[in-house]
Every structure is written in structure tokens, then in C-alpha cells.
Ligand binder design. Structure first.
Ligand SMILES: NC(=O)c1ccc[n+]([C@@H]2O[C@H](COP(=O)([O-])OP(=O)(O)OC[C@H]3O[C@@H](n4cnc5c(N)ncnc54)[C@H](OP(=O)(O)O)[C@@H]3O)[C@@H](O)[C@H]2O)c1
Length: 338
């Protein structure tokens, strides 16, 4: 019998919780396919799962868990199968996965396997934030935090396709060349909000913020009338120690500093706040398929470029998490399976 190699986490904690184990080969049921995985995307959400703060995983799956929301490889079977990419609700850090057919897509000609493994989540997230929620009009001014990261980089590209003027923010200088925005703010070198006001004196139509407490309040304040703040993550809360364990005191301080939004005030200020979590979208397959259809179409037309990808052998999954949590990475990280 075939064995599957996968990463499992049996309880929350640091990098030592990421265990590589051999398990029984999963068999596809009706409407499912098996994929021999060559690469799996690494997302900040996977680190949040390891830390024990990912609500949908705790609610839907519990422990132990194999993280991973996206893979690329070949359809499993006798002869070498077709190359595909797929979105997975957890379980992607494995050499073989079983996925419902609607979540599987042919490998786009413009992507290598590693690029394909890192494509769906960041682009779906940015697409959902901009196209399903914020709906910027052509000519809108959009501020994207962490614009050299996975989701941030995808958001910059989609915002430009939608005809927006984009201001991208990065936390360190080595990331500046990676950001293809109209204006790039390096907050390690200049005051973020003074620079943001210079770039858009009338305020922003849309701001995408996954920082959390560090910037949410000011992001809201820098919206133009009718502006929309999309909050979709809280990474500035989740600082980890050298061993990957959460720093509880900064987490608590950051939690207490997280702004509370009052609907009466927001009506009077004529601004809105939109929030979402992609992992619940698996229940809405039609949105997922439509979004992937549009994204793969833009990719085929050359309107989207895959981000730079850094690959880690699966045995080095802890290093991948450590690097992502360092806040210094550019583009996308993936795990590779031999
Ligand atoms: N709601 C959803 O459905 C959904 C889906 C996917 C991702 N997300 C969220 O989107 C965000 C980006 O995810 P990603 O996978 O694409 O990661 P990423 O942007 O590639 O990496 C995270 C970036 O966040 C910034 N950062 C600020 N404080 C940080 C900290 N304490 N630890 C680590 N990074 C920090 C860093 O950029 P700068 O220093 O340049 O700002 C870093 O490069 C995450 O918060 C993730 O949870 C949400």
C-alpha cells in the first residue's frame, strides 16, 4: 500500500510541533480526485493554525491537523496524470491529497509547478477583498499594506487591473523593488501616515489591512468619504519567539489596542469596514469557481504575474514558517515534495 508523507501538528505551539509523518494513502470518494503533490503553498494562515488561533480549523477539524490550502502536482493514477493545481481546506502539506473535483484546475500554461502551488490563495484572497467586497471604481485610490507579501502583491496587481491608483506599503527597504504600485511607502524609512497623506490628500477609497492593531485605526481614519477598509488578518499581533512560540504579552497588548468600530459613528463618518475569511468560502463553491475562472483568465491574458517563489523541501517546513513569521520575505513560499 502507498504511504503518504505529510506534516501534522497535534497541538498548538512552536516550530517543533511541525512533525513529518508517514500515513495511510487517502482514497478518493465520489466526486473527488487524488493528486500526487509536487509543491504546496505556505500561507501565514498555516502559521496561525500552528499557533492555535485559527478559528475555522478548530471549529471544523480540531487536532491533529495537516495545514495547507493549496497544492500543485499530477492527478494520481496509473500513467502520469495531468498537471493540476487545487485549493484544499487544510491538508495541503502532504505528498498526496484527495480534493473535491470542483476545487481542481488544469495547470495554467504560464505557470511552473511551484508557481502554481503558490497561486490560488493569495490571488483568491486579494480578488475576494477587491472584487467581491470593496468594488473600487476605475480611478479609485487604494492603499495596500504589506504590498511585497503574498496577498499584498496579488492585491496590487488586481487593483491595477481594475484601473485603480495603488499605494503600496512595505516594512523594510529590500522589499521596495518588488512592489509594482504607483507609489511605494517604505515605513522603515519614513513616517507611514505622513507619506500616505502626501500620496492621497483626499483620503483612500479602499485600504487593505491585514496588520491588525498596528494600523487598523489609522487605516480607517485615512479613508475618504465612502471609503472601505477591508480587514482580513492580524499579523502584527502574532509575534513569535525564536522557537516559534507566541509572545503572549505583545499579543495581549495588541488585542487590547485593536480598535472597536461603532456603527452609529461609522454612518455619520460615511465609511465602512469589511471583513472576511476565505476558509469559510469553501461552502460557496460558485464564488470560488467564478473567482478562479476570472483569475486564470487574467493570467492567460498576461495581466497577472506569479510572484517570486522561494521553495523549501518539506523537511524544512519549520524554516519556511520561521521565515514567513520574520516578516522579511518577499512574494510566496512553497514546500516541495520529492
Ligand atoms: N482573511 C483571509 O481569508 C486571509 C486569506 C489569506 C491571508 N490572510 C492574511 O493575509 C496576511 C498576509 O498573508 P500572506 O500569507 O500573504 O503573508 P505575507 O504577506 O507574505 O507575509 C506577511 C507580511 O506581513 C508583514 N508583517 C507585519 N507584522 C508581521 C508579523 N508580526 N509577522 C509576520 N509578518 C508581519 C510583513 O510585511 P511588511 O513588514 O512589509 O508589512 C510580512 O512580509 C496574513 O495576515 C494572513 O493571515 C487572510
Amino acid at each position: 500500500m502507498l504511504r503518504v508523507r505529510k506534516v501534522t501538528i497535534d497541538r498548538p505551539g512552536g516550530y517543533d510541533r511541525l512533525k513529518i509523518v508517514d500515513g495511510k494513502d487517502p482514497a478518493p470518494g465520489p466526486g473527488e480526485v487524488a493528486i500526487d503533490v509536487e509543491a504546496a503553498g505556505v500561507n501565514f494562515a498555516d502559521c496561525v493554525i500552528r499557533m492555535g488561533f485559527y478559528e475555522s480549523q478548530k471549529k471544523l477539524l480540531g487536532w491533529p491537523v495537516t495545514p495547507g490550502f493549496e497544492v500543485a502536482g499530477r492527478l494520481s493514477g496509473g500513467a502520469p496524470g495531468a498537471e493540476v493545481l487545487a485549493v484544499t481546506r487544510f491538508g495541503g502539506y502532504a505528498s498526496r491529497v484527495v480534493v473535491p473535483e470542483p476545487q481542481v484546475f488544469p495547470l495554467p500554461p504560464r505557470l511552473g509547478i511551484r508557481e502554481a502551488a503558490g497561486f490560488p490563495v493569495i490571488f483568491l484572497t486579494a480578488y475576494y477583498a477587491l472584487c467581491e467586497l470593496a468594488h473600487p471604481k476605475p480611478g479609485a485610490t487604494i492603499l495596500v499594506h504589506s504590498a511585497a507579501g503574498g496577498v499584498g502583491g496579488a492585491a496590487v496587481q488586481i487593483a491595477r487591473i481594475l484601473g485603480a491608483r495603488v499605494v503600496g506599503v512595505v516594512g523594510s527597504s529590500h522589499k521596495v523593488p518588488a512592489v509594482k504600485a504607483d507609489v511605494v511607502i517604505d515605513k522603515s524609512k519614513e513616517d507611514l501616515w505622513a507619506a500616505a497623506r502626501r500620496a492621497a490628500p483626499l483620503g483612500y477609497d479602499v485600504i487593505l489591512d491585514a496588520n491588525g492593531a498596528e494600523t487598523l485605526k489609522e487605516s480607517y481614519r485615512h479613508l475618504a468619504p465612502t471609503g472601505r477598509l477591508v480587514a482580513y488578518g492580524f499579523h502584527s499581533m502574532l509575534r513569535t519567539r525564536e522557537d516559534g512560540k507566541v509572545r503572549w504579552l505583545p499579543l495581549l497588548r495588541s488585542y487590547l489596542k485593536t480598535p472597536r468600530f461603532h456603527p452609529i459613528r461609522m454612518v455619520n463618518e460615511n465609511r465602512s469596514l469589511l471583513c472576511f475569511n476565505l476558509s469559510y468560502l469553501f461552502a460557496k463553491q460558485e464564488i470560488l469557481r467564478e473567482a478562479m475562472g476570472t483569475l486564470l483568465g487574467w493570467l492567460a491574458e498576461g495581466k497577472l504575474q506569479p510572484p517570486p517563489v522561494t521553495a523549501y523541501p518539506v523537511a524544512e517546513v519549520a524554516r519556511a514558517h520561521r521565515d514567513l513569521e520574520s516578516g522579511r520575505t518577499v512574494g510566496k513560499l512553497v514546500l516541495t515534495f520529492p
